[in-house]
Design a protein around this ligand. Structure first.
Ligand code: ZN
Length: 197
């Protein structure tokens, strides 16, 4: 089970999703996007999403300056960086600044290219399937980013009731009834609170 402990950037805004796409950058053609691109101004801090070891911190024509982290059962990769803040074999903690965003390699402007690979670093570059779900061990990073954001925004029932009640102006007994006696009422109130917040 992959569980991120930190986000790769302070703010998450997708500029290009994972999956099939056709682009040519610097005369190299790409038909599959191995990761998700996030908007980020030049030199934004990039954070390790979990504890691990720096398996690669180098330059590549496509990735530009990039870092690959080995988290044991899975790995993450951060590319097109302006500057690396770690060296190979460093042990890093979730939330540590490992690099700064840039536009090196095959990139058309500053952003972060972020990958999650379902393998330890030794098998990082192996291709297991060439279908729409797994390419070169990669998976859609947004599955795990969204899971992280969901956990972050988990509210207690009391907090959720307060948010919904203040917005909807409902009486205490109505709120109580909804939360305690409706079928799935607690989930419903929490969902409403998240939607309102
Ligand atoms: Zn990308």
């Amino acid at each position: 089970m992959i569980r991120l402990k930190h986000l790769p950037l302070d703010s998450i805004s997708v500029s290009s999703p994972y999956g099939k796409r056709s682009i040519t950058v610097n005369n190299r053609y790409y038909w599959w996007h191995n990761g998700t691109d996030f908007k980020a101004p030049l030199n934004s801090p990039v954070y390790a999403v979990a504890d691990g070891r720096v398996a690669a911190a180098r330059y590549d024509d496509s990735y530009g300056y990039y870092a690959a982290l080995d988290h044991g059962k899975f790995g993450t990769l951060y590319a097109h960086l302006s500057r690396l803040n770690v060296a190979e074999n460093d042990y890093i903690r979730a939330g540590q600044i490992i690099a700064y965003t840039g536009s090196t390699g095959d990139s058309t402007g500053p952003h972060l290219h972020f990958e999650i690979r379902l393998s330890p670093y030794e098998n990082f570059w192996d291709r297991v399937h060439c279908d729409s779900s797994v390419f070169m061990n990669t998976v859609d990073p947004m599955i795990f980013i969204e899971d992280f954001l969901d956990r972050e925004s988990d509210l207690s029932l009391g907090e959720a009731i307060a948010i919904v009640q203040s917005e909807a102006g409902l009486e205490d007994k109505t709120m109580e009834y909804m939360a305690r006696h409706y079928r799935y009422g607690e989930d419903l109130v929490k969902k409403l609170a998240k939607a309102i917040k």
